[in-house]
Design a protein around this ligand. Structure first.
Ligand SMILES: Nc1nc2c(ncn2[C@@H]2O[C@H](COP(=O)(O)OP(=O)(O)OP(=O)(O)O)[C@@H](O)[C@H]2O)c(=O)[nH]1
Ligand SMILES: [Mg+2]
Length: 266
């Protein structure tokens, strides 16, 4: 989910380790001709019912929201109906498992729009976690630099102090967004800031770890981690965490302690 230009497609491409456009399938599972939708895709047109799949990793199926910030009630209602129905359906192939809600931080004048607040006030996604992704946080670096120049620093000093100001500004943004969303009826499950996702090789592990941790069903957690194919370390990390939990379970029942370090070495 997320307004136009929020960085949605970029994140999906990173997760699937590709720069290609996705293949699109309509609600009936028929492939949609990419040349027909190409122009409209560029303008941010999406049909949330469509399934997006990247050739590089066909294990993930994505749905991309329309930019419902445009203020059209009809579009918002369509999105809400889709999310609430797909979050609860018992049909496995139709179920959505997690929602990444992108809020770009490069537009300080409209950090959170009314339509975004409305989502968290009205959309009951049940067990499906909604994770707010604060995107494009790298753009805060230039803002920080400019702020320091405006305060009268020369370029060299501004460069030196920019990182600190950037961190402070990011923290302030996170606090503000949380303050707005956490008071609503269906607040986000978690928040994560992402930086430079438009750069090749951008780090996806925090996003996958955060999502896996948000999934309430253990089976789904494992499925997510095994679906991502690019990060073996993450597979190992989750396998070890799982093993440690089992070991702890056994040891607490058996009344003796088995050091988890030993098992990590194995
Ligand atoms: N600086 C910066 N730019 C980014 C980042 N992520 C994406 N972008 C750029 O932002 C623009 C929009 O990214 P998209 O991924 O197409 O955004 P989208 O949400 O899919 O947009 P629509 O499909 O139009 O709704 C592109 O030019 C990206 O290269 C980021 O982390 N940092
Ligand atoms: Mg897009």
């Amino acid at each position: 989910m997320g307004r136009a230009n929020a960085g949605k497609t970029t994140i999906l491409q990173r997760v699937c380790d590709t720069t290609d456009e996705p293949e699109i399938f309509n609600a009936e599972g028929e492939k949609v001709d990419a040349t027909v939708v190409q122009g409209s895709l560029k303008r941010g047109y999406h049909n949330i019912e469509d399934e997006l799949v990247f050739k590089s990793n066909e294990r993930f199926v994505f749905h991309d929201s329309r930019g419902f910030e445009a203020g059209s009630e009809g579009e918002f209602d369509m999105m809400k109906e889709f999310v609430m129905e797909r979050a609860k359906t018992t049909k496995l192939d139709k179920r959505i498992h997690a929602i990444w809600f992108c809020i770009p931080l490069n537009d300080s004048h409209r950090m959170v729009t009314a339509a975004e607040k409305k989502f968290f006030d009205e959309c009951d996604t049940g067990h499906v976690p909604v994770i707010v992704l604060l995107t494009k946080t790298d753009t805060l670096a230039l803002d920080a630099f400019q702020e320091l120049i405006e305060d009268g620093l020369d370029e060299e000093d501004a460069m030196k102090k920019a990182a600190k100001v950037e961190r402070r500004n990011l923290n302030e943004c996170v606090v503000k967004v949380k303050g707005w969303l956490d008071v609503l009826r269906f607040p986000p499950h978690d928040y994560l800031s992402l930086t430079e996702m438009d750069k090749e090789g951008a780090e996806c592990a925090p996003l996958l770890t955060c999502t896996a941790n948000a999934l309430s069903e253990e089976g789904l957690q494992q499925l997510l981690i095994s679906s991502q194919q690019s990060n073996l370390e993450l597979c190992l990390e989750f396998a070890i965490t799982k093993l440690n939990q089992q070991v702890f379970h056994i040891s607490s029942h058996a009344g003796f302690h088995i050091g988890s370090v030993k098992f990590q070495k194995i």
